[in-house]
Design a protein around this ligand. Structure first.
Ligand SMILES: Cc1ncc(COP(=O)(O)O)c(C=O)c1O
Length: 332
């Protein structure tokens, strides 16, 4: 069996060190254990299988995609094993570790400025579209607007959670960028039990929170933040708010403090969105009375962010208060 056979069926870990009401349990799917290192393996395999099946992706073709890194890692892994060329565009806030991992698997990486408006031709999404248009026979997954992205979660992430917890699931909580995870997983869980609550976590600086609550895309709210892989500066078609019951905002500080807690108390060294997701799961858990189960995902590993989230100097330089009981030791 090649590496792609090991995508999905990730462990569901119970988190027991957070202060939540009696009888309220928090579970997290360890998506960083997918072979490409993230939750994105699921959607990339699903979309490429479909494209091959429909003859949209022919042997030796080029796959082009805009990606904050994890979709790119999954594409690079599958391009390497299936014999495709991969060209990946990403914003320059993506960590060097992530960029280099893609190059290691033979992908071409094009780094674009983060601080340009979505309509700029330097924006990483526009850049990928241009390369796709200019490269004959190329295939673009189009993860932001492709319904197969959410469908992959409807067919894998949702059923796996249901198989393990069934009717005990009270709420599913996750941050979103393309919206594939929250939309597909929530849609599946609600199809089994309509009373499951779905909560999207949105970083301060992203548009989704205001859009959900007030129906307005407010570009004046777009602001930089450090967490990689959550929130957006444009509305992704894949984000299906009809299966989302609430959107709550988090800050980088919420996410990173929770990452420290997960590492120090649960032995889980995870990426920033995992910290955000667990922070959100704890907020939702605190609003419930037991018995209840709140489920989230740990989308990628902290090994991709060692020089940032797990480096005390970086944390302090960027204005994050470091809790000495839970934070990593200072290096200087
Ligand atoms: C680290 C990380 N977490 C979470 C997400 C959000 O997932 P989705 O695109 O399914 O909304 C992404 C997406 O890029 C990601 O890279």
């Amino acid at each position: 069996m090649n590496v792609q056979s090991f995508i999905g069926k990730t462990p569901l870990v119970e988190l027991s060190t957070f202060d939540v009401p009696a009888g309220v349990r928090i579970f997290a799917k360890a998506e960083f254990m997918n072979p490409g290192g993230s939750i994105k393996d699921r959607i990339v395999r699903y979309i490429l299988d479909d494209a091959e099946h429909r003859g949209l992706l022919r042997p030796g073709a080029t796959i082009v995609e805009n990606t904050s890194g994890n979709t790119g890692a999954a594409i690079a892994m599958m391009a390497a094993t299936r014999g495709y060329r991969a060209i990946l565009t990403m914003p320059d806030k993506v960590s060097k570790e992530k960029q280099d991992a893609l190059r290691a698997m033979g992908a071409e990486v094009i780094v674009c400025p983060t601080s340009v408006p979505p309509e700029s031709d330097k924006h990483y999404v526009t850049c990928a579209r241009r390369i796709h248009a200019e490269t004959r026979g190329s295939f673009m997954l189009n993860q932001y607007d492709n319904p197969l992205n959410a469908e992959a979660h409807f067919r894998s992430t949702g059923p796996e959670i249901w198989e393990e917890l069934g009717r005990s699931v009270t709420a599913f909580v996750a941050s979103g960028s393309t919206g594939g995870t929250i939309s597909g997983t929530s849609r599946f869980l609600k199809s089994k039990n309509p009373s499951v609550t779905s909560v999207l976590l949105d970083p301060v600086g992203s548009i989704y929170h205001r859009y959900f609550h007030e129906g307005v895309v407010d570009s004046s709210q777009i602001a930089p933040y450090f967490v990689e892989g959550a929130g957006e500066d444009h509305l992704a078609k894949c984000m299906d708010f009809s299966v989302v019951d609430d959107v709550i905002q988090f800050t980088d500080a919420d996410a990173f403090a929770t990452c420290q807690h997960l590492a120090r108390r649960e032995g889980l060294v995870c990426g920033g969105t995992s910290g955000a997701n667990v922070w959100g799961a704890v907020q939702v858990a605190r609003s419930l009375t037991g018995p209840a189960a709140v489920v989230t995902v740990l989308p990628d590993s902290g090994s991709k962010y060692i020089s940032k989230i797990y480096n005390q100097d970086w944390l302090m330089q960027n204005g994050f208060t470091v809790d000495r009981k839970t934070a990593p030791e200072a290096t200087t």
